[in-house]
Design a protein around this ligand. Structure first.
Ligand code: PMP
Length: 403
C-alpha cells in the first residue's frame, strides 16, 4: 500500500472558517438555466468593453522593459511611488488633499477592508454598517467576528437618528463604521452633505474609526458627490480602487490612513503579502498616466445612458406598489417589492420569465436579513437588454402577486 493516508481535517477548521461559506451564488445558480436567454442583473462588474486592454498591454511592455534586478528585490511595501503620486494628483483634482506618503497601494479595496478590520476589530466589537451593505465587505469582516449593527438607509444614506437610537440600545459603542457614501452598493444611494458632517460628529462622540469605501465616487452622472468623509476628518480610513475605472482583474487599489496608523497598516500588509507587487503597479501607472481622466469622463457618459435606460424602464413597466431608488451615479438600483412578496420567492418566477437579480437578503449580515428588496446592476447590460429585462421583471412581479 502506498499513497497518502486519507483523513478529514474539516472538523478542526477555525470557527471563522465558516464565515467564508457566505455566498449567494449557490442559491442563484439553481435558477440560471430556467430560460434560454436569461437577462441577468446580478453582475456588478464594470462593462468589459471599457477595459483598455491594448493600452494595458503596451503599458505592461513599458513596465517590464524598465525592470531591473534592484526593482525585483524585496521592498516597496507602500507601492510604486509614481503611482502613489498619480493617485494623490487625481485626488487633489477632486478637491482632496492627501500626500503620496500617506497612501498605501493595495490589492483592490477588498484588501483595504481586510487591513482595516485586522487593525480595528476584535471578536464582539460593534461594527456599524449600512443596511443593506456590500457582500464582499461582510465576507472580510466576518472572519474578525464583529457584532454587526445595520443601520437602515433612506434617500440621504444611513439614517443617523436610528443609528444613535440603535447604538444606545446595543449598550456598546461602535469601534468601526463602514460606509459607502457615494452611489452605494447595493442601493445606489448617496449620503447627503449634512449627514456626512453628522456622521463624523457621531464617530468623534463614539471614538470610532470610519471606513469609507469609495469605488463609485468618480462615476457620477448628474452632479459630483459631496466632499468625501476623508476630506472632513482624519478619523477616516479611505479606500479607492482602479477596479471600476480601469479593470477589476488588475487588483490595484489604495488606502489613505490617519498618519499615525500607516506603520501598523504596513506591518499588517507585510504579514500576508511580504511586499508590494512590481509589474502590475507599474503597468497601471503607465496605463493611467495621461489617459485615465479622459477615460473616466467617457465612461461616465456610457454608464449614464444605462442608468437612464433602467430608471425609464422601471417607470414604464413596474406594477403598482413597487418602488426604487434613483441613483445619481454608480452601477445599482435597489427595487422594493409590494408588501407580502419576497425577492427570494420572486426569483424562480422571474427566472422563468428570463430575468435574474440578487435578492436583498444577501446584503444583510444576519442570515435572516430583510428580503423585500432586490439589487439590479445596470453596468454590464446594453440599453436594449435593460429595457427588455425590466419588462420581464414587471411581468414576473405581476404574476407573483396573483399566485
Ligand atoms: N467595495 C464595494 C462597495 C464594491 O462594490 C466593490 C466591488 N464590487 C469593492 C469594494 C471591491 O473592489 P476591489 O475590486 O477594488 O477590491
Amino acid at each position: 500500500m502506498s499513497g497518502p493516508v486519507r483523513s478529514s481535517i474539516a472538523p478542526r477548521t477555525a470557527r471563522r472558517a465558516e464565515a467564508f461559506g457566505r455566498s449567494p451564488w449557490t442559491f442563484i445558480d439553481q435558477f440560471m438555466d430556467l430560460h434560454p436567454d436569461l437577462i441577468y442583473f446580478g453582475n456588478g462588474a464594470p462593462a468589459s468593453e471599457l477595459y483598455p486592454v491594448e493600452r494595458l498591454r503596451a503599458a505592461a511592455e513599458t513596465s517590464w522593459s524598465d525592470m531591473s534586478a534592484a526593482t525585483l528585490d524585496y521592498g516597496e511595501l507602500k507601492g510604486y511611488k509614481p503611482l502613489r503620486e498619480l493617485i494623490a494628483r487625481r485626488m487633489a483634482d477632486q478637491g482632496f488633499a492627501v500626500a503620496a506618503e500617506d497612501l498605501l497601494v493595495t490589492f483592490g479595496s477588498q484588501q483595504g477592508i481586510d487591513i482595516a478590520s485586522r487593525l480595528f476589530l476584535d471578536p464582539g466589537d460593534l461594527l456599524l454598517t449600512e443596511g443593506p451593505t456590500y457582500i464582499g465587505a461582510m465576507q472580510a469582516f466576518d472572519a474578525y467576528e464583529p457584532r454587526y449593527l445595520q443601520i437602515p438607509v433612506d434617500e440621504e444614506g444611513m439614517d443617523l437618528d436610528l443609528a444613535e437610537q440603535m447604538v444606545a440600545e446595543a449598550g456598546q459603542t461602535p469601534k468601526m463604521i463602514y460606509v459607502i457614501p457615494n452611489f452605494q452598493n447595493p442601493t445606489g444611494v448617496t449620503m447627503s452633505d449634512a449627514r456626512r458632517d453628522r456622521l463624523i460628529a457621531l464617530a468623534e462622540h463614539w471614538n470610532a474609526v470610519i471606513l469609507e469605501d469609495d469605488p463609485y465616487g468618480e462615476f457620477w452622472y448628474d452632479n459630483p458627490p459631496p466632499h468625501r468623509l476623508r476630506q472632513r476628518s482624519d478619523r477616516v480610513i479611505y479606500l479607492g480602487t482602479f477596479s471600476k475605472t480601469i479593470a477589476p482583474g488588475l487588483r490595484v487599489g489604495w488606502m489613505t490612513l490617519p498618519h499615525d496608523l500607516m506603520g501598523l497598516a504596513l506591518m499588517a500588509k507585510e504579514s500576508s503579502e511580504v511586499n508590494g507587487v512590481r509589474d502590475i503597479t507599474r503597468t497601471v501607472y503607465a496605463a493611467a498616466d495621461g489617459f485615465l481622466d479622459d477615460h473616466v469622463q467617457e465612461a461616465r457618459a456610457f454608464y449614464a445612458s444605462r442608468r437612464t435606460a433602467i430608471v425609464d424602464a422601471l417607470a414604464e413597466f413596474m406594477p403598482e406598489g413597487v418602488s426604487w431608488t434613483h441613483p445619481g451615479g454608480g452601477f445599482f438600483v435597489w427595487v422594493t417589492l409590494p408588501a407580502g412578496l419576497t425577492a427570494s420567492a420572486l426569483l424562480p418566477i422571474a427566472a422563468r420569465h428570463g430575468v435574474g437579480f440578487l435578492p436583498g437578503r444577501f446584503f444583510y449580515p444576519a442570515a435572516d436579513g430583510e428580503d423585500t428588496s432586490l439589487r439590479l446592476s445596470f453596468s454590464v447590460l446594453s440599453n436594449e437588454r435593460i429595457r427588455e429585462g425590466i419588462k420581464r421583471l414587471g411581468a414576473a412581479i405581476a404574476e407573483a402577486e396573483t399566485a
